[in-house]
Design a protein around this ligand. Structure first.
Ligand code: ADP
Ligand code: GN1
Ligand code: MG
Length: 360
């Protein structure tokens, strides 16, 4: 279906003035739609990755309704508190299918900005507040109502098994060129079970979390700089606060792009780490258990290692999961993540001190 046809399934009486691709996500494709009445985001959902679109959108509908209700209770504008998906005109669902293609449309929020690379530390503090508030908003949401949109998404030990499979099959004969990266991952195998084991034996609680708290997945208010809306809700499901904290640090506590090729530019910035930690723990620190606080310093190492390992696995598999835009793109991404892991590991005592300073 052409984009204009898809839009008509949601707003049949509006005239499309323009449509253009936006965003830098690795999975879905996003478009800004301008009509004679309003602006929208239209997204084509990657159905190779999210095969159960009905389950996925059911999760998102429940979570956004929950956040909207809370916003109303606190006197906040529900339309600027979470994403507002439009029902389609055929069966009222918040998506439409066209063969294997699936689309959804939601209101575009005006006067907001997003960040691809961290420049102003205040924004990272603000992101900490935003993701911490998101955790609070969902703290009373019944996790059993949500399906797992991607099974074992942050099960790092299971991700390691996928990595081992990629090594074994070596589909694209790329293994010989990545011996250093492979050894980097292999030498950290034991660490990868740290959170999974504690979640399994109940030492860590299961929470409803976002699971993809990349820094470009939060909108900030242009006028105040305050966090406005957490977006990209496909992976909201049962998880751990450690995942959301760790993934935000992975993507935001550096000045380098995720795919920077000059590794000397890839830095782990403890000042930025402190900004985010301060905001996050200010917002939701009171609800963390002592074990979550104890594990928090390892969260960014775990999530960055996991992400690097996923990029390397995809490189070995022939780039079948993440979108790539140049040769060895996934390998470049894996290398930045491993450089960050290496630096984070050297700063474990500093990270622990910062967390203890702000933990409640
Ligand atoms: P993906 O990462 O899968 O491409 P996102 O949902 O994260 O998709 O959206 C991509 C980008 O589009 C965001 O980083 C943001 O800049 C912009 N964007 C998405 N939805 C909105 C919205 N409702 N209001 C304003 N900007 C948006
Ligand atoms: C993907 O869709 P996007 O770009 O926000 C991925 C995340 C990774 C991230 C790395 C569903 O997120 O898990 O951390 O790329 N999302 C999915 O940039 O796999
Ligand atoms: Mg995104």
């Amino acid at each position: 279906m052409e984009i204009i046809e898809v839009v008509k399934k949601f707003v049949p009486n509006e005239k499309v003035l323009s449509h253009m691709p936006i965003g830098n996500g690795h999975i879905n494709s996003t478009f800004l739609i301008m009509t004679d009445k309003a602006n929208y985001s239209l997204q084509e959902i990657n159905t190779k990755i999210f095969s159960d679109v009905e389950g996925l959108m059911s999760n998102i509908d429940k979570v956004t309704e929950h956040i909207k209700k809370k916003a109303v209770c606190c006197g906040k504008d529900p339309r600027r508190s979470t994403l507002n998906f439009l029902p389609n005109i055929i069966d009222g669902k918040t998506y439409v299918m066209d063969g294997h293609h699936a689309y959804r449309m939601y209101e575009f929020i005006d006067d907001v900005f997003t960040i691809e690379k961290m420049e102003n530390p205040k924004n990272f503090y603000s992101a900490g507040l935003g993701f911490g508030e998101f955790a609070n908003e969902l703290s009373d949401f019944d996790a059993s109502q949500l399906g797992e949109t991607i099974v074992n998404f942050h099960n790092t030990a299971s991700r390691y098994k996928d990595f081992e499979c990629a090594l074994e099959f070596n589909y694209n004969n790329r293994l010989a060129d990545v011996a250093d990266e492979v050894n980097f991952v292999k030498s950290r195998k034991a660490f990868m079970s740290l959170f999974v084991d504690k979640l399994d034996n109940g030492e860590l609680p299961l929470r409803v979390t976002h699971n993809d708290t990349k820094i470009n997945n939060i909108l900030f208010d242009k006028n105040t700089g305050n966090p406005a809306v957490v977006i990209d809700l496909d992976t909201v499901m049962p998880g751990s606060y450690l995942y959301d904290f760790g993934d935000a640090i992975r993507s935001g506590a550096t000045h380098a792009a995720e795919d920077e090729q000059n590794l000397s530019l890839v830095d782990f910035d403890l000042g930025l780490y402190e900004e985010f930690t301060k905001g996050y723990l200010e917002a939701c620190g009171a609800s963390l258990t002592p074990m979550e606080v104890k594990m928090l310093p390892y969260a960014s190492i775990m999530l960055t290692l996991e992400c690097g390992m996923r990029f390397l696995t995809d490189h070995l598999n022939g780039d079948t999961y993440f979108k790539v835009h140049r040769e060895n793109h996934n390998l470049d991404r894996a290398r930045t993540q491993f450089k960050l892991v290496d630096e984070m590991e050297k700063h474990i005592d500093d990270m622990t001190a910062i967390i203890n300073k702000y933990a409640k």
